[in-house]
Design a protein around this ligand. Structure first.
Ligand SMILES: [Fe+2]
Length: 265
């Protein structure tokens, strides 16, 4: 957010449809085919159930309006195409109105493994499935409402809560650790790393602890937070998130658990 992108947004035509080239459809097809395979046994059951509900196409990029029809029936959410990068105010406003902002462009072939800004594959494959789940849907809405109430300084901390849940959250299950965060589930490398690498620290989720934890957006995460159940998000949705931010600020920030970003001249 706030930085420039090499990608440009695509806008819906008069019929509400976004046009993509054959090669862009092919890139989606390659991304989703590979990722569906990688997330087996790694994504949580609720995520897999969400994918079943959405019935995402594998041979072309889906349209937001088709995803929205299904989400609206389930949890009252829609996904709405937005430019590649939007500001905090618009971001929180949309979430508070159960409109999930979704970048509409798709990555180019030289960024199949990783790209820093979210593209439509990340948004739809990574996030839309979980928006079918009521606890996740309620929490994401409550997060948007809190964001609108938060000061500029509070928003910096609040962003961490989203980061360690919606983007990079994991959950303990009876069959082992699984992923629900869209940043992990849409990444071929990080979904394996998050679960199987010995490098990152995996901590029980506590909202105040997460709010005290700095992160970097351009590397695999050094810390993941684990829910005991996705239903924990119901309780979090009903919590005074602004009050939690104040507690986190009183307790102080944890030192970074990752190397400092190298400065470019
Ligand atoms: Fe995301």
């Amino acid at each position: 957010m706030g930085k420039s992108s090499k990608y440009t947004a695509k806008y819906p035509d008069e019929n509400g449809l976004i046009q993509y080239s054959d090669d862009e459809h092919l890139i989606w097809s390659e991304l989703i085919t590979r990722q569906l395979d990688i997330i087996q046994g790694r994504a949580c059951q609720e995520f897999l159930d969400g994918l079943d509900i959405l019935k995402l196409p594998q041979d072309h990029i889906p349209q937001s309006r088709d995803i929205s029809k299904i989400l609206m029936q389930r949890t009252g959410w829609v996904v709405e195409p937005v430019p590649a990068l939007i500001g905090f105010q618009e971001f929180f406003t949309m979430l508070a109105e159960r409109r999930f902002p979704a970048a509409s462009f798709i990555r180019t072939r030289d960024e199949m493994e990783y790209l820093q800004e979210p593209d439509i594959f990340h948004e739809i494959f990574g996030h839309a499935a979980m928006l079918t789940h009521p606890a996740f849907a309620d929490f994401t809405h409550a997060y948007g409402v809190a964001g609108l109430q938060a000061s500029k300084a509070d928003r910096v901390l609040l962003a961490r809560l989203y980061w360690f849940t919606v983007e990079f959250g994991m959950v303990n299950t009876s069959t082992g650790l699984r992923v629900y965060g869209g940043g992990i589930n849409s990444s071929p490398g990080e979904v394996v790393y998050a679960l199987e690498s010995k490098i990152p620290e995996r901590r029980p989720f506590d909202p105040v602890t997460a709010l005290r934890t700095p992160y970097r957006i351009d590397i695999f995460q050094s810390i993941y937070y684990l829910l005991n159940s996705l239903d924990d998000l119901y309780a979090l949705a009903k919590t005074d998130l602004i009050g939690l931010i104040q507690r986190a600020r009183q307790l102080g920030e944890f030192p970074p658990s990752f190397p400092a970003k190298e400065k470019t001249a």
